[in-house]
Design a protein around this ligand. Structure first.
Ligand code: GLU
Length: 505
């Protein structure tokens, strides 16, 4: 085993990558970078029934969008490749054969009907059927059958699987970098299938062979694989290979209630559980991704990193470099982490504040183009964004929060009208219009001074003038300082909007 840190993310391309999978990839990435190691992507596509062709590209696109690209993987630095298991088929057959030759595995000819029957019989007797030491000698396999019969069956092309001959009377001492020591009695384990009748290895065999051949030093994966650890450990022993170190990550839990965060939670509570949009080919249904929902990849990654890990201090907003420097498996929690959509938005808001006006402007221009037919000067758009940034969470919010900077309101918020537009308002506004017409300087501070002085000279309360003014310009009571808005949209638009409001409210 090489001394170098080599870790892998090994998804099965069966559909979109869940954010839990992205987090597993992220922790592998952070661990690799922290230790000057290599982050590998391996595609575990041995289950032909569940294989979805476009899923691999989706996984790669997701990692790239999140800013955590792999160092080795399909099509990239394939030194110890290929990195797609379907392209390594022959290799697994050889290793399965090696275990048979060493009497550590055996051929099993039991049909699925046979196995179903046994299961039912056991169930009726209140027991559970486990294919292992206690009955393997009685079943239809190369341990119970005569050598010649086995040979005949193989030559005749009879369907078989290769099962692991789980050793008896052994207490395994397993170690997990997050969970510590565990003991497992091998009596309880079944003789798992290593090689299937379709000529493909199972996950277990392929995974161990590849981790060995790809010189993986640390296996960092989801908690759902913890029950497989004993078998994996025994397989390394059977091959006489040194096992990598293992770390099993806690689950990402539902925001409310118990259990693992699922697509359904996202649908019900209105948040994405996938990094990118994904359209299911069978149902035609599209699930929204974080990217399309408007999250910055930095915010998404920061949120995920802290879902099950902490830097050991109070820090929360951490860029990728900070995360790499601080990452440590010891600070990964043993228990599941509850997903929190408000916290996720909080991270996004934090990163919104860090973006430069240039970046935000570039991101907003296409949205603006879609919403209006007009062309705006970049400098103007940047200025608007500067006024709204503090309150915005997503780039699209600049439109929701500030469409009035780009087009006159055509409707007026009913509640606001009730509050701001009294019987004498139309008259006040027409006087205000005359006053504003005379103003030559539309700079915010000057305007403020002059308009306020005018209000006082008219012996009116500020609200009686400023509320209808804001309503006319914005269409509601929202927005930044009203004089800033006037300066931004200019004299002509200000007057027009006041006239329109007077005529239409
Ligand atoms: N193919 C497995 C998965 O989809 C990989 C598990 C592992 O990392 O060992 O999660």
């Amino acid at each position: 085993m090489s001394q170098k840190t080599r870790v892998r993310f090994a998804p099965s391309p069966t559909g979109p990558l869940h954010i839990g999978g992205v987090r597993t990839a992220l922790y592998n990435y952070l661990f690799a970078k922290k230790n000057n190691g290599t982050f590998i992507l391996r595609i575990e596509d041995t289950d032909q029934k569940r294989y979805v062709p476009k899923a691999e590209q989706y996984i790669i696109d997701s990692l790239n969008w999140a800013g955590i690209p792999f160092d080795e993987g399909p099509g990239k630095n394939e030194m110890l490749g290929p990195y797609r298991q379907s392209e390594r088929k022959e290799l697994y057959r050889q290793y399965a054969q090696e275990l048979i030759d060493k009497d550590k595995a055996y051929y099993a000819f039991d049909t699925s009907e046979d196995l179903d029957r046994y299961r039912n019989e056991y169930q009726e007797a209140g027991k559970t059927f486990i294919y292992n030491w206690h009955n393997r000698e009685k079943l239809n396999n190369s341990l119970s059958l005569d050598e010649n019969i086995v040979k005949q069956k193989l030559e005749a092309g009879e369907a078989y699987v290769i099962r692991f001959k789980t050793p008896l009377n052994d207490t395994l001492e397993l170690y997990d970098l997050i969970r510590g020591e565990m003991r497992i009695d091998t009596h309880t384990l079944d003789d798992k299938v290593l090689f299937k009748s379709d000529g493909m290895p199972t996950y277990h065999l392929a995974n161990i062979v590849d981790d060995h051949l790809m010189e993986i030093s640390h296996v960092i994966r989801g908690e759902e694989w913890l029950p497989s650890l004993a078998l994996h450990h025994l397989l390394y022993e059977a091959f006489n290979w040194e096992a990598p170190k293992f770390a099993h990550l806690p689950l990402i839990l539902k925001p409310v209630g118990k259990g693992k965060l699922s697509k359904r939670d996202g649908d019900q509570l209105g948040f994405p559980v996938f990094p990118l949009n994904y359209t299911d080919e069978k149902t035609g249904e599209t699930s929204q991704g974080y990217r399309e929902a408007g999250y910055f990849p930095e915010a998404f990654v920061n949120m995920l990193a802290l879902l099950g890990w902490n830097p050991g201090d109070e820090r929360e907003v951490m860029g990728l470099e900070d995360l790499i420097a601080a990452f440590d498996l010891e600070n990964v929690s043993k228990s599941g982490a509850k997903f929190d959509i408000e916290k996720t938005k909080w991270f996004q808001h934090q990163y919104m504040q860090k973006q430069s006006l240039e970046e935000l402007t570039q991101a907003f221009l296409p949205i603006l183009k879609e919403k209006t037919d007009k062309i705006f000067e970049t400098a103007y758009v940047s200025k608007v964004i500067g006024l709204l940034q503090e309150r915005a969470i997503f780039v699209a919010d600049f439109w929701e929060l500030g469409s009035y900077f780009f087009k006159a309101p055509d409707t007026f918020d009913e509640k606001a009208v009730k509050k701001a537009w009294k019987e004498d308002t139309t008259e006040i506004v027409s006087n205000l219009l005359i006053f504003l017409q005379e103003q030559t300087d539309f700079t915010s501070s000057i305007l403020e001074e002059n308009v306020k002085a005018w209000i006082q000279s008219q012996e009116l309360g500020f609200g009686r003038v400023l509320m209808p003014l804001r309503l006319s310009l914005v269409g509601s009571m929202q927005g930044p300082h009203v004089f800033d808005i006037m300066e931004m949209i200019g004299k002509e638009a200000t007057l027009k909007r006041l006239q329109y409001a007077s005529a239409n409210i």
